[in-house]
Design a protein around this ligand. Structure first.
Ligand code: NAP
Ligand code: G3P
Length: 482
């Protein structure tokens, strides 16, 4: 597949390509993408700058209309994007379609939100500050930051790309996208919908290539005004490398699910299974640790294990619950965490089973703090359980983690739930429900190694704009301007 520059699709002069593999077919070759050169990157940024000068002067309603058009085209072309997600990131066929439709809804919502949010400014009067007469009128409005580099992860290469480019475009910025290698095809099909919708040349462009090869050049490029990155540890490197630019980084998580003795165990078990195993645990918001009070642990685990026993394991095109994880290195990492835990005394509730990237769902009981799986993000269908005896013990698990994305607590005691939520060092706490980023207008943020800044449609628009003050200095005070 070609990369996108200035409204056209091109083959790279490098003559070299990078390859996406099919995780469900023993990593057989799936698709090839251009390995863009640094001078091609320079050209893309030059086009983005040129286009931004005009785009920022395009009326808000016209920007919104183009976004709605792109959303419509995405719904019309959902099939090809869904197929690409099944092929390159082993997402179940139904879930793949849901991702595309969710993304189209996000774009429509962003267009509406942008028209409201950006369609009004703020007027401040100088005389509200002591010692000042009303001789200064300050019009404060939100203006675009310029060019936004958007880097989505493999696990939601459509949804976590539009969650960046839609707010960026409605705000008058232009975007340069670096799609993930695994999942690249679906992202490029989505970009094609924006171009077909009529976005002016240079407003939406995509540079392809391995992040490990072209990533640093992109994130340190002088034309970049803001970076919106979603991914793992790489994001810490991006933040360290990025210069004086606005940053939105949504990174990994170790979302804990705390189950108190009075919890509705059926609800907790259902949420743990949905949160821990949907998309084979490859969600930043997946439940990645269960902290359950000793006195209800056996009952909870028997409910969870009963549901695991019913899970289908197999091919994404058949909508199996558990499908292959994205890469051999990911499967190896997951296996290493299980081996480490078992060697230190953890109890596997199911037999360990793996065929290539396909790992059977696994609950791991009696996990202790010395086991890596207690702290690492497996990003796979294996879920550690720590038995606790107090709120403090459960909170220690959450707050000692270097991650801080989400957490959840199950209890019928709302006061205790709120106290726990206050004490949890995470960007979001869910009470009696599993962690989730959506719905996409909710604020979504991580703390500690889970990220910088906040996402969610309104927050993303705010990250991608800056305040501009225009102060009218009057020759004499005027109180007619109310
Ligand atoms: P990743 O390995 O960090 O890659 C993320 C993106 O960064 C990919 O597009 C990758 O391109 C690119 N990249 C790689 N090296 C780069 C560099 N030096 N400079 C700039 N970009 C570079 O993450 P992933 O494996 O795709 O996604 C899984 C991780 O993302 C998990 O940790 C998960 O928790 C996290 N995640 C977080 C959220 C959230 O909202 N908090 C949501 C989803 C996922 P290549 O594919 O070409 O390497
Ligand atoms: O990592 C992907 C995650 O962002 C998915 O969204 O709403 O299913 O938690 P959600």
């Amino acid at each position: 597949m070609r990369y996108s520059v200035d409204g056209t699709w091109r083959t790279s002069a490098s003559g070299s390509t990078c390859e996406a593999l099919n995780p469900s077919k023993a990593n057989a070759p799936a698709n090839r993408f251009q390995a863009c050169t640094t001078s091609e990157v320079d050209e893309v940024f030059a086009k983005a700058r040129e286009a931004q000068r005009t785009w920022q002067r395009t009326p808000l309603h016209a920007r919104a209309a183009l976004l709605h058009r792109a959303a419509t085209l995405m719904r019309e072309n959902a099939g090809e994007m869904a197929e690409a997600l099944v092929l390159e990131v082993a997402k179940g066929a139904k879930d793949a379609r849901v991702e595309v439709e969710r993304s189209a809804d996000l774009i429509d919502y962003t267009a509406e939100e942008g028209v409201r949010l950006l369609g009004e400014g703020k007027l401040l009067m100088s005389d509200s500050f002591p010692g000042n007469d009303r001789t200064k009128l300050c019009m404060a409005s939100k203006v675009p930051v310029g060019i936004i580099l958007c880097i989505p992860p493999f696990n939601y290469p459509v949804n976590l790309c539009v969650s960046k480019i839609a707010p960026a475009l409605i705000a008058g910025n232009t975007v340069v996208v670096k799609p993930p290698t695994q999942g690249c095809t679906a992202t490029l099909h989505m970009i094609q919908c924006f171009l077909k919708a009529g976005f002016p040349a240079g407003t939406v462009q995509a540079v392809t290539g391995r992040g490990g090869e072209i990533g640093d050049y992109l994130t340190t490029h002088p034309e970049v005004n803001a970076i919106s990155f979603t991914g793992g540890e790489t994001g810490i490197r991006v933040a360290q490398k990025a210069g004086m630019v606005a940053l939105q980084t949504e990174l990994g998580g170790k979302d804990a699910c705390i189950v108190l003795p009075d919890a509705d165990l059926d609800l907790a078990a259902k949420s743990i299974v949905k949160g821990g195993f949907s998309y084979s645990g490859q969600r930043c918001t997946a439940v990645k640790l269960v902290a359950v009070f000793e006195e209800v642990a056996d009952e909870l685990l028997s409910k969870v294990n009963a549901q695991i026993a019913k899970m289908t394991v197999g091919q994404p095109e058949d909508d199996a619950t558990i499908t292959a994880v994205v890469s051999k290195s990911s499967a190896d990492f997951i296996q290493s965490l299980v081996v480490d835990a078992e060697s230190k005394g953890a109890r596997l509730c199911q037999e360990w089973r793996r065929e290539d990237n396909l790992i059977w769902p696994l609950l791991i009981d009696n996990v202790t703090h010395d086991m890596k799986i207690c702290w690492e993000e497996p990003f796979g269908p294996v879920l550690p359980v720590v038995r606790v005896k107090s709120d403090a013990e459960a909170l220690e698990l959450v707050n000692k983690s270097r991650f801080g994305l989400q957490g959840c607590v199950f209890t019928k005691d709302i006061d205790r739930a709120i106290q726990m939520a206050d004490a949890m060092e995470t960007g979001t706490v869910q009470i009696n429900g599993p962690p989730a980023r959506g719905p996409d207008h909710f604020p979504f943020q991580g703390v500690k190694d889970s990220g910088i800044g906040s996402q969610g449609i309104t927050n993303s628009i705010n990250v991608m704009t800056k305040v501009k003050s225009t102060v009218i200095n009057l020759s004499k005070p005027s109180y007619t301007v109310a």
